[in-house]
Design a protein around this ligand. Structure first.
Ligand code: TXA
Ligand code: MG
Length: 342
């Protein structure tokens, strides 16, 4: 599938990537704000995954961000704002969006809504479309920086198509030399990206996340079905290969069917033919919130063993398990070309 001209066709200028801790908070806010106000790129921790931030009102900064990630220009970004009022200045949330915002913001919820004509957001952030994705994150640092600098685009801090980063060191692995600053706030507390809900019509889940479909429906009413096809402007990341390690993934594999040459992403305490050094346990107690927190670190660790195949335990689809299954399915999806980072 072609998503349009890939921004990675133009290589970004090399830059020195600095790292600082997220505490003391005031200092981290000052450093990040200075970088972002100058049009630079800074990776910041959020409650879901690390986000690569740029000033959403600067076309140059947004273009730089697409280039640093190697992200196709047709895949729009989420605008992160400090509060509900700032979200309303960017998008017309509508009744369902207002209700969801009141219940779940600040938090791991992204609303896709009609973009306001006077939003001031760079066109490229919404890939030239009539809608815009907006989120008020719970992470105090990102919210404070957005209050200081204004709306920030913040996609996950990974190269396009690859596994998201849930630690500062994973951000370095992905983006060192391509961005200006990484702020280390420790491991991400949720571990998978926000739930994306399209509220331009009957509410519809575009990407499952920590907030379950049932929780969304309880507030917004019955949900429309997710689109079956990968409509370019609905949510380009939805069905394409994404969140992908180098190794091939084999999903829903019972412990007894894991082969000795495979790496194993396990849930629970069962044993398999995979050697211990190629086994990563998402949660020994089968706790899905813990499994979500450890998912991307597990994929990265098993990928680093050099195994050609990662076998994955069956993950129940309940609660945040639906988001884990969604990411695994996309990580397992056929890739356009083995070396294509998009
Ligand atoms: O938790 C998160 O949402 C993280 C943290 C950093 O906030 N961000 C994140 O951004 O996951 P990103 O860019 O990796 O994923 C954004 C998703 C993509 O699948 C994109 O296609 C979709 O949201 N999206 C953005 N704008 C959209 C729009 N206007 N219509 C439909 N889908 C949209
Ligand atoms: Mg992403």
């Amino acid at each position: 599938m072609t998503l349009g001209r890939a921004a990675h066709e133009s290589t970004p200028a090399p830059r020195r990537t600095r790292g600082i801790p997220s505490e003391p908070l005031g200092e981290a806010v000052r450093e990040a704000s200075a970088v972002l106000a100058a049009g630079g790129l800074a990776a910041l921790p959020t409650e879901t995954v690390y986000g690569l931030c740029a000033d959403a009102r600067s076309a140059e900064a947004v273009a730089r961000l697409y280039a640093a990630k190697g992200r196709p220009a047709s895949n729009p970004l989420i605008v992160h704002v400090a509060d509900l009022e700032a979200a309303r200045a960017v998008a017309d949330l509508g009744p369902a969006g207002e209700a969801l915002a009141a219940r779940f913001w600040p938090g791991p919820l992204t609303l896709v809504a009609l973009r306001r004509a006077d939003s001031g957001i760079a066109e490229a952030a919404s890939a030239g479309g009539p809608t815009i994705a907006v989120r008020v994150p719970a992470a105090p640092l990102l919210r404070a920086v957005a209050a200081e600098v204004g709306p920030l685009v913040a996609p996950s801090a990974n190269r396009s198509g690859r596994v998201s980063a849930t630690t500062a060191s994973a951000v370095y692995e992905e983006l060192e030399g391509r961005i200006d600053l990484v702020i280390d706030g420790g491991p991400s507390p949720i571990g998978v990206e926000s739930t994306v809900v399209d509220v331009t019509g009957a509410p519809r889940i575009l990407r499952p996340g920590a907030i379950s479909a049932d929780a969304v429906a309880a507030v917004a009413g019955p949900l429309a079905e997710a689109p079956r096809s990968r409509g370019p402007l609905r949510s380009p990341g939805l069905l394409a290969s994404h969140y992908a390690p180098r190794a091939r993934l084999r999903l829903d594999v019972p412990a007894a069917s894991v082969a000795p040459a495979e790496a194993w992403l396990a849930l629970g305490t069962e044993t398999s033919a995979a050697p211990p050094e190629r086994t990563f346990r998402l949660s020994e107690t089968g706790d899905l919130a813990e499994a979500a927190r450890r998912l991307y670190a597990g994929l990265r660790a098993l990928d680093a063993t050099g195994a050609a195949v990662i076998a994955v335990s069956p993950i129940p689809a309940e609660g945040i398990g639906a988001a884990i299954r969604d990411r695994l399915a996309r990580a397992a999806a056929p890739r356009p070309e083995p070396a294509d980072p998009a």
